[in-house]
Design a protein around this ligand. Structure first.
Ligand SMILES: [Zn+2]
Length: 485
């Protein structure tokens, strides 16, 4: 055990000792009926994701990571509120060794069991919790980034011995015990230790850095807007911070591979133009900071709140020499409005994230002269009937990751735009992230919103046919578009 870990555990013990006392009426109050919280929130695609009986208000995550060995010690404190009288509650977890759990500063009993996605940590507080009462739970734990997991891992390892998190849709529990459902949004603070030669990154703003005698540092971050666990973006990497500001003064901070600043500096410098293009459509960017984390440990692109994660593999021009990777930068930036600020209430609503992201990336590509929206949509239309049959329609997917949600979701928006016209469509899409900012939403919210904005009640049936139907409706203005059997 290293010195830094000893001091860390001492700090956690102090934090536990000063935690708030039990609140609420005494246990014999009339009607008090504590029962276990549910082990899932009933997500249609992931029934055991998240937990019932409480909502998290704030997460505070302390994470002390050692590169190359991938060992870590950690502590997470949840400030939460009980939504029922609770005798016990669950946290989602996977692959950690749990060292101690306290609730309101008092030791709690814990039991670990295998769930359908990872593990369930059942916490029984010393005193039951009252509905409506705030409570604080602290879990100290340790583990190894490469340890076996009961389900998929959200850890992504680069050639530098570091890591980045990519946890969508259900893998935040491989970094910390949590309420791993998109329906539970909270604010966050992070305290991440990185040794000399490495930097730490996390969602939100860097609020301080404590250097230690051994050259390591604890990096403190705060995300003041609320975020669900699926958008967790933490990292310890050999990276360089590049800073900038948007055209409206938004602070930008990017993390690029050390020594490759000349390659990635001009690429991340495109962000202010991307922001301006999207802000003209959806209004002010919804968080207080933004940036890209470009890392060779990841090969996809992910819209972690305020800190999009992209693999180094993206950044090659196409055959014509065009920087078409900017489409993906715009896709992930669109998500900051559609998916991050306005988040899906459950995973069956994922088209509300991916549809707009695909649509506006395609529109950006068309405006740059790289491809035509209509070509992409016609090809999607041709294939979507078969995809509806195999993977479900865009609004009722059987799983995540399919073209029904991505290109299919964009096709629903394209049909809506042709049906109502450009001006009304722009109002629907522009008002959506303003009206539902910081909330979680469903397809029903979008349908109601489209009707409310336009005053056109026929949009209810129109959108239902496109979102939930077994086959494509005719494409407005394109009666010649056909499907491939
Ligand atoms: Zn996306």
């Amino acid at each position: 055990m290293t010195t830094s870990r000893r001091s860390f555990l001492t700090k956690a013990a102090v934090a536990a000792a000063v935690a708030v006392p039990v609140l609420g009426p005494p246990a014999h109050a009339a009607g008090f009926d504590p029962r276990p919280g549910a082990d899932g929130v009933g997500d249609p695609l992931y029934p055991t994701l998240g937990n019932g009986g409480y909502q998290v208000v704030h997460y505070d995550l302390t994470f002390d990571f050692t590169p190359v060995t991938y060992d870590f010690t950690a502590a997470v404190t949840l400030n939460a509120r009980a939504t029922q009288d609770l005798s016990s509650f669950n946290l989602d977890t996977d692959g950690h060794t749990i060292d101690a759990v306290t609730v309101n500063g008092r030791p709690a009993q814990v039991a670990l069991s295998v769930g359908k996605s990872g593990q369930e940590l059942t916490v029984t507080p010393g005193a039951p919790l009252h509905k409506g009462a705030p409570f604080t739970a602290t879990v100290t734990y340790h583990g190894n980034g490469k340890a076996p997991r009961a389900s998929l891992s959200g850890w992504k390892f680069g050639t530098d011995g570091g890591f980045a998190s990519a946890v969508q849709s259900s893998r935040a529990d491989t970094f910390m015990p949590c309420n791993d459902t998109p329906s539970d949004k909270s604010t966050w603070t992070f305290h991440i230790t990185a040794p000399e030669g490495y930097v730490a990154a996390a969602n939100g703003e860097l609020t301080g850095k404590d250097k230690r005698a051994d050259g390591s540092a604890v990096w403190h971050f705060a995300l003041r807007e609320r975020m669900p666990t699926e958008l967790l973006g933490i990292a310890v990497v050999k990276g360089t911070y590049l800073y900038g500001t948007s055209h409206t003064g938004l602070p930008l901070r990017h993390v690029v591979p050390q020594g490759q600043e000349d390659t990635y500096g001009p690429i991340v410098a495109r962000t202010p133009d991307h922001l301006a293009w999207l802000e003209a459509k959806f209004g002010k960017y919804p968080f207080s900071v933004y940036g890209l984390h470009i890392y060779d440990g990841y090969t996809d692109a992910l819209e972690n709140a305020t800190l999009t994660l992209m693999g180094t593999n993206w950044f090659k021009p196409n055959a014509d020499g065009d920087p078409t990777y900017e489409n993906t930068m715009v896709h992930e930036l669109t998500h900051q409005w559609f998916g991050d600020s306005v988040a899906p209430n459950d995973w069956q609503q994922a088209w509300l994230n991916e549809g707009p992201a695909v649509y506006y990336a395609a529109l950006y590509s068309e405006e740059r002269g790289w491809s035509l929206m209509a070509d992409k949509m016609k090809a999607t239309y041709a294939k979507l009937d078969a995809v509806r049959a195999s993977d479900g329609p865009p609004g009722l997917p059987k799983g995540l990751g399919g073209t029904n949600i991505y290109d299919g979701g964009a096709l629903v928006l394209y049909a809506l735009q042709l049906h109502v016209g450009q001006r009304k469509f722009d109002r629907i899409m522009g008002l959506w992230p303003r009206r539902f900012r910081d909330r979680t939403v469903t397809s029903e919210d979008f349908i109601g919103h489209a009707v409310a904005v336009t005053g056109d009640r026929s949009l209810d049936a129109f959108l239902r046919d496109w979102l939930f139907g077994a086959t494509n409706p005719p494409m407005p203005g394109h009666p010649d578009w056909t499907v491939v059997a």
